[in-house]
Design a protein around this ligand. Structure first.
Ligand code: SAH
Length: 298
């Protein structure tokens, strides 16, 4: 089961109120969604989005008891504006993004997200995506592989890894998460492998970002979301690595400086991180950074 990261902090920054309309752009297994619904009842409404149809089944079951207050959409969060239009809602009170993967996705062998569970090298978050990680790993040229692993993985050994992948491919395709993890592990000098962190972590992150266009989606969705908030409406974003956090930070900064007087106020000067106690309980919260802001256009 997925343990939500900083749910109380998120609900606080979203300023959840009874009767308000909220959007959870990444409903996953519904942990944050449940907290939001509880805070906004009676009369609140939650629009719950996830691009992964499989994970949505879990969210649906979890939120069954609140059916009258929840609408679920199997979509990319880049479609938020269209979704609200369909519902004839022009603006909402709060929007949450809790990025990354849900535990369900990570643990599902058939998805190939984790090097710990050897499965096909897929990594697609949605069936609408045509090219899997296997396609990229076996068809990108060495230069592009290096670029992807360096940029999206921030992996200092990208060049060696790209070279090793291309050499391995020469003897047949790399078809499983386990096979790729092994190629990457061997490409990194033994003395430089880190204790506790699998050497393939960054390469897997890079491929996931590429397959799902994760940074592109975030770059498009954040400005759109800000335009869909009421006066005093809140946005809250939880990210899990520095590339995502940088996008959130920059979009927030741009919007807070764009107008005079400002139409957007940053509520978190520094990103909020999980407490030691939470990290102990839920290791996934270790890398989480939460940023929030408020629209002011009354
Ligand atoms: N807050 C959730 C966990 C979210 S995990 C909970 O408490 O249970 C992140 C989820 O975001 C995953 O289910 C993933 O499928 C979804 N996701 C990632 N990128 C997305 C996008 N561009 N559009 C819609 N959903 C996305």
């Amino acid at each position: 089961m997925h343990v939500p990261v900083m749910p109380d902090v998120a609900v606080k920054y979203l300023d959840c109120r009874p009767g308000g309309i909220y959007v959870d752009c990444t409903v996953g297994e519904g942990g944050h969604a449940e907290s939001i619904i509880k805070e906004t009842s009676p009369g609140g409404a939650l629009i719950a989005i996830d691009r992964d149809a499989g994970v949505l089944e879990i969210a649906r079951a979890k939120l069954e008891g609140y059916k009258r207050n929840v609408r679920v959409f199997n979509s990319n969060f880049t479609e938020l504006k269209e979704i609200l239009k369909e519902l004839k809602i022009s603006k909402v009170d709060g929007i949450l993004f809790d990025l990354g993967l849900s535990t369900f996705q990570l643990e599902d062998r058939s998805r190939g997200f984790s090097f710990k569970n050897d499965g096909p090298l897929d990594m697609r978050m949605s069936e609408n995506i045509s090219k899997s990680a296997e396609y990229y790993v076996n068809s990108l040229d060495e230069r592009r592989l290096n670029e992807v692993i360096l940029q999206y993985g921030e992996e200092r050994w990208a060049k060696r890894i790209a070279g090793a992948i291309v050499r391995k491919r020469g003897n047949g395709e790399i078809k499983t998460a386990g096979a790729l993890a092994e190629v990457v592990r061997k490409a990194i000098p033994k003395s430089k492998r880190k204790w506790r962190i699998h050497p393939a972590t960054r390469t897997f992150q890079a491929l996931r970002i590429l397959v799902n266009d994760e940074l592109g989606a975030l770059e498009r969705a954040l400005p759109a979301a800000l335009g869909l908030l009421k006066d005093k409406g809140r946005i809250c974003v939880i990210s899990f690595h520095s590339l995502e956090d940088r996008i959130v930070k920059n979009v927030f900064r741009d919007y807070s400086k764009r107008n005079e007087p400002p139409l957007f106020r940053i509520l978190t000067k520094k990103p909020v991180v999980a407490s030691d106690e939470e990290i102990e309980r839920n290791p996934r919260s270790r890398s989480a950074k939460l940023r929030a802001g408020e629209v002011i256009n009354g």
